[in-house]
Design a binder for this molecule. Structure first.
Ligand code: G4P
Length: 527
């Protein structure tokens, strides 16, 4: 297969959902449909995981899960599908955000009984910002849930995005009979305990055969009436609007019973976009450009404890990646050899020989990479920086054993580079007196746990009263302002030397904004 064909057959996506909507379950079923695993249930992980904290730790200890959860690839219908996993817990929203940047489309999974939940909404905002095409899967149709029209209304109102139901459910909960495919004019009848539906061709949703197949007049009436309403009111599907993230093809099913997951995959293969072009400092980059390039969106340390290795996940944005190739590390301004690259096929770490635009490669890293780093085959070019969220919780780590100070600093630095925590320091004191910031509580717990497990440093966290971080910029020029704003007692620098103020509350921020009308106090380090 030629280079261009290889690029054009890549489909890279991530699933977004609220915890418990069924992401793990549907991931398993997708991998099963994709032929990666032979039996659903093989993906080791979070079965029955309820109390996120303790189980997350246990899961982290196993480490195997983190490997499988980074990226899973399989060939399906001539396409190379790359499914990027995103952490389920809200405290790792930043991780999810970065993963979404590496994807070309997203699948939004919603619990049909609950509709759009808080975390889905938050993640959706990211997709919207990036104008990312989104598929919707309404899950748990085997359980009592919302009326499908209400569900659509909920998605459309909450997310301000149109839905185009490609399938329409016949019944719900105990009376869930199956699905009608509006584009294919087919009916799928499901039976509990069986994954394969009976499939029937019909003339349309008013075909009397559907009534016969459902064997329940009242149910059929409901199906017919709701679909009739929908046909009258809904917009036609437009691929162009979908690619801009304005309309979402939607389908229904039950991940648990593996009903409708194959239809989702079919829909995905039909509409999911090829690798998209990416913005760089040299303008828009076409994925079929021959010169290799990519950016690091995730760093995972010590995946294999015996080797204490660190893997940088690179989204390939152009060209062809080859094992052992030399690349230009843009931030360090020097050449590096990417000697060990792995691809993750549901738990197996396979050595990857080549990859193309759209793929994700995990490269072994000895400390050269940070999140957001750009690499190229040759020449200078950097990708748009990956934004950092303003942390809301702050603290300082302290240790009992002063001899471990160097080790502690090393651990902190590694975990900052991985993106687990953010780092701030007072330039008048120096980097040794660091303040750490996180978005969610669980990140602090993971920090202490990992310092102990991986670096053998028993540390304590001293909480600080700050609640806001704002990066300071000149409103007119957009340049960072390094001087302490009027009314603030000091200015800090973050790990990348960007000036930032740390504040206790919104009230203080209000005062600073009034006293410094020319300064923009930004929630993002990018201005
Ligand atoms: P998550 O990754 O999004 O957090 O969700 P996960 O797949 O772990 O699913 C959360 C719970 O919802 C699980 O139940 C799972 O079995 C159930 N579930 C997922 N899809 C469906 C579905 O289509 N229908 C129904 N009825 N349930 C579904 P659990 O009780 O936590 O675990 P388990 O004992 O069932 O494994």
């Amino acid at each position: 297969m030629g280079f261009i064909e290889e690029v054009k057959r890549r489909r890279t996506f991530a699933i977004i959902s609220h915890p418990d909507a069924g992401k793990t379950t549907i991931t398993e079923k997708i991998l099963y449909e994709g032929g990666v695993i032979r039996e659903a249930g093989e993906v080791k992980g979070k079965k029955g995981r309820k109390a996120a904290t303790s189980d997350w730790m246990a899961m982290e200890k196993e480490r195997g899960v983190s490997i499988t959860s980074s990226v899973m690839s399989f060939d399906h219908e001539g396409l190379r599908v790359n499914l990027l996993d995103t952490p389920g817990h809200k405290d790792f929203g930043e991780d999810t955000y970065r993963t979404l940047i590496a994807a070309d489309s997203a699948a939004m999974l919603i619990d049909a009984a609950k509709g759009v939940e808080a975390q889905t909404r938050k993640l959706y905002e990211v997709c919207k910002l990036k104008k990312m095409p989104i598929f919707t899967f309404a899950n748990k149709m085997d359980r009592e849930g919302k009326d499908p029209l209400d569900l659509i209304d909920d998605v459309e109102k909450t997310l301000e995005m149109k839905c185009y139901p490609v399938t329409w459910p016949i019944g719900i909960g105990d009376r869930f009979k199956g699905l009608y495919h509006r584009q294919k004019r087919e009916v799928y009848i499901f039976t509990k305990g069986e994954e394969e539906p009976e499939v029937y061709k019909v003339d349309g949703y008013d075909d009397p055969k559907i009534k016969e197949l459902t064997g329940d007049d009242e149910l059929y009436e409901m199906f017919f009436e709701t679909l009739e309403l929908l046909e009258g009111a809904s917009d036609d599907f437009s691929e162009e609007a979908f690619l801009k993230g304005e309309i979402s093809p939607m389908t229904f099913g039950s991940a648990k019973f593996n009903w409708g997951v194959d239809l989702f995959l079919e829909l995905f293969c039909k509409y999911a976009p090829e690798p998209r072009s990416r913005m760089t400092d040299k303008g828009e980059l076409d994925p079929v450009e021959k010169n290799f390039s990519g950016f690091v969106f995730k760093i995972q340390a010590n995946m294999d404890k015996n080797h204490r290795d660190r893997v940088a996940f690179v989204r390939v944005c152009s060209g062809r990646f080859e094992r052992g190739m030399k690349v230009q590390h843009q931030r360090l301004g020097r050449e590096l050899r990417l000697s060990y690259a792995n691809q993750f096929l549901a738990g197996e770490r396979e050595t990857l020989e080549e990859a193309f635009s759209g793929d994700i490669v995990g490269v072994n890293d000895t400390g050269n990479f940070q999140i957001g780093d750009s690499i190229t085959g040759k020449g200078k070019m950097t990708f748009e920086p990956i934004p950092r969220f303003a942390p809301e919780l702050f603290g300082r780590v302290t240790i009992k054993d002063p001899l471990k100070r160097k080790k502690m600093n090393e651990a902190v630095q590694h975990l900052v580079e991985e993106g687990l925590i953010q780092f701030f320091y007072d330039p008048n004191i120096g980097r040794q007196d660091s303040i750490l910031g996180v978005v969610g509580e669980l990140q602090f717990e993971v920090l202490l746990h990992r310092m102990s497990e991986e670096y053998n440093v028993e540390a304590k966290l001293e909480r600080l009263p700050y609640a806001l971080a704002r990066w300071t910029f000149d409103k007119e020029s957009g340049e960072a302002i390094k001087d302490c704003p009027k009314g603030a007692d000091r200015i800090f620098l973050d790990n990348y030397e960007c000036p930032v103020v740390l504040l206790d509350n919104e009230w203080d921020l209000g005062w600073l904004e009034r006293d410094n009308p020319d300064t923009k106090f930004s929630m993002s380090a990018l201005g």
